[in-house]
Design a binder for this molecule. Structure first.
Ligand SMILES: Cc1ncc(C[n+]2csc(CCOP(=O)(O)OP(=O)(O)O)c2C)c(N)n1
Length: 379
């Protein structure tokens, strides 16, 4: 058995200074230590996949990260591990608990995942290291993990067995919820093309900003308009753009803009609750709502039934607006950028394909490194 504090201090010595995750009773001591440590940053996520994406955004802003969750949530994390961390070569230390470890008595819902956890992590491209069970093992395990992460750019996983860490109390400071804002209306008669709104955003956001474009044609439209070191084109991790934006905005002095889709936002609606609670002041979340999964054939989403600006306001975003014309979207962005974030813009756009759309010609691995250099000012 090890002490949570010994593990945390060793992780910090290895450069890990940003933690995110979802609790598990096996993780309680380590999570309590991280949350109680005023020099470590912890973000509680609504899902394990969100945590992986938040950590990816934090890495883009220059941090080394760890993600902690129950192995039940590994399924939730597989999508960003395989389609974000892997192609973009974004490392993180994954600490997954081992509920249902073969030979250890546990509940039936953990049995199958317990059998497949180490193999599932390996299949998802996560290199495994043994969880340190003695204090003397902590430093060498973490040193090897960080060396692997830095040389390959890929995540490393530790599977934490039952009773591996001694109990540790929780000393948590909860921020008071901010007063709710009322959504502002910028009504316009016509629906602009998404590409024209993207051009407007590119023009109005500072050169130093980081723009994270959601999965599908949004990233391709942004790339077709202009390639930029401050662009991150999500090729996978559908729904993860806003979580990447949160991780980046919590760790960067730059303005961060998330260019989201209605299908993607609906897939990970919990992300908005975390953004509202964490309240990064330089984050602007723009939802480009065409009412469809346009990138995959135009199937309707349920967005017509959803008041996204009201959800953003209810989640604690400090500014929320609806806009439906191009000029109105510009006015809404001006109003948004004049106040501290997080800010939300719901922009209705035409469900119209752009012909002759390019695809990013720069490999995701280079996009991520260029983006990190841009956000950390090392470019
Ligand atoms: C987890 C996951 N499920 C499905 C897909 C396939 N997919 C790619 S883009 C897309 C549609 C996204 O819809 P939306 O966010 O509304 O953007 P739009 O297509 O309208 O640009 C889908 C379903 C995916 N990439 N990942």
């Amino acid at each position: 058995m090890i002490e949570a504090g010994d593990f945390l201090e060793a992780a910090k010595r290895q450069g890990i200074d940003f933690f995110t995750g979802v609790p598990c009773s096996f993780l309680t001591p380590l999570m309590n230590a991280v949350i109680s440590d005023r020099t470590a940053r912890y973000v509680g996520a609504t899902s394990e996949g969100e945590a992986v994406a938040i950590a990816a955004g934090a890495w883009c802003a220059g941090r080394e990260t760890a993600v902690m969750f129950q192995n039940s949530g590994l399924g939730n994390a597989v999508n960003p591990l395989t389609s974000l961390n892997h192609p973009f070569a974004i490392p993180t230390l994954v600490i997954a608990t081992w509920r249902g470890e073969p030979g250890v008595k546990d509940e039936p819902q953990h049995e199958l995942m317990g059998q497949i956890t180490p193999r599932l992590l390996a299949l998802a491209g996560v290199h495994g290291e043994p969880f340190p069970l003695e204090v003397a093992d902590i430093e060498p395990v973490l040193a090897r993990a960080l060396a692997h992460m830095r040389s390959t750019g890929q995540p490393v996983g530790l599977v934490q067995p039952k009773g591996a860490i001694a109990p540790r109390p929780l000393d948590e400071v909860r921020a008071e919820p901010a007063p709710r804002v009322a959504p502002v209306e910028f009504g316009g008669a016509s629906l602009p093309r998404r590409m024209d709104v993207l051009a407007l955003l590119r023009e109005k956001l500072p050169e130093s900003a980081g723009l994270i474009a959601t999965t599908g044609h949004t990233g391709r439209e942004l790339f077709t308009l202009q390639d930029h070191a401050g662009h991150l084109y999500c090729v996978g991790s559908m729904g993860g753009a806003s979580a990447i934006g949160l991780g980046a905005a919590l760790n960067s002095e730059r303005e961060i803009a998330v260019l989201d889709g209605d299908g993607a936002a609906l897939m990970k609606l919990g992300n908005m609750a975390t953004i509202g609670a964490e309240a990064p002041v330089r984050l602007t979340h723009v939802l480009l709502d065409n009412g469809r999964h346009l990138s995959t054939g135009g199937q309707a989403t349920v967005s017509a039934h959803v008041d996204f600006a009201a959800i953003a306001a209810a989640c604690g975003y400090r500014f929320a607006a609806r806009a439906s014309g191009l000029g109105e979207a510009g006015a809404a962005l001006d109003a948004a950028l004049a106040v501290p974030g997080p800010r939300f813009l719901h922009v209705r756009v035409a469900a119209e394909e752009v012909s002759g759309l390019g695809r990013p010609t720069i490999a995701p691995r280079e996009v991520a490194r260029r983006f990190r250099a841009h956000l950390t000012g090392a470019a």
